[in-house]
Design a protein around this ligand. Structure first.
Ligand SMILES: O=C[C@H](O)[C@H](O)[C@H](O)COP(=O)(O)O
Length: 220
């Protein structure tokens, strides 16, 4: 089974968490794209979606799904999104597509976060995937020096601008033995908007598509 087919099966498995008439939080990325397409084709009819990116907003609207602002929706029952890596505690690295800040906000505002991915995303320890950090543009070099001092190798995602008008630094070489501590440390650097570590608010349910079907892991 290809990784894309595995993502699609994980996305399909998430449909059963969606309740008819709900306002649904929707993430970003290739796995979520499958989820949006499947939701429109065979999922329950929802009242509206709160979207984590311009790309997902466009896809939702192309399917005729109404998109609502988080400022109008209040807290959400369910958020569905992908990840770049997950450990067994369902702490995540996200932001490969650059949508980490809005994703973290919607995840925080949601009672349940269902994460969908192919099985390759499950890792023993986070950090092989370069950790994305969204930064205010004028702080980029300063933040990069601070990330270097933490033991990372910062790499500016040159030419990429987030939906919030900011920039991304991808940090490789970090040993992420204490994800919550590192999330707090990086978030405290002036100029950092958000780090793509979702450790304080990880997923509640992880659905992993693979050869043998979809494996479900619940947060302990
Ligand atoms: O910014 C992007 C998001 O965090 C995505 O959820 C993450 O990069 C996973 O994307 P994909 O489903 O394409 O592997």
């Amino acid at each position: 089974m290809s990784s894309d087919a595995a993502k699609r099966e994980a996305a399909r498995a998430a449909l059963k968490f969606v309740e008819e008439g709900c306002i649904l939080g929707v993430g970003t990325g290739s796995t979520v794209n499958h989820f949006i397409d499947l939701l429109a084709a065979e999922g329950p009819s929802i009242r509206a979606a709160v979207s984590s990116s311009d790309a997902s907003t466009q896809r939702l609207q192309e399917h005729g799904i109404e998109v609502m602002e988080l400022n109008s929706s209040g807290d959400l029952d369910l958020y569905v999104d992908g990840a770049d890596e997950s450990n067994r505690l369902l702490q995540l690295i996200k932001g490969g597509g650059g949508a980490l800040t809005r994703e973290k906000i919607i995840a925080a505002a949601s009672r349940k976060f269902v994460c969908i991915a192919d099985r390759s995303k499950l890792v023993r320890a986070l950090g092989a995937f370069p950790l994305p950090v969204e930064v205010i543009p004028m702080a980029r070099s300063y933040v990069a020096r601070k990330l270097k001092a933490l033991g990372g190798i910062p790499n500016w995602r040159e030419g990429f601008v987030t939906d919030n008008g900011n920039q991304i630094i991808d940090v490789s070489g970090l040993t992420i033995s204490e994800p919550i501590k590192l999330e707090d440390t990086i978030n405290a650097i002036p100029g950092v908007v958000t780090v793509g570590l979702f450790a304080r608010r990880g997923a509640d349910v992880l659905l992993l598509g693979g050869e043998d079907g979809v494996e479900r892991i619940d947060r302990r």
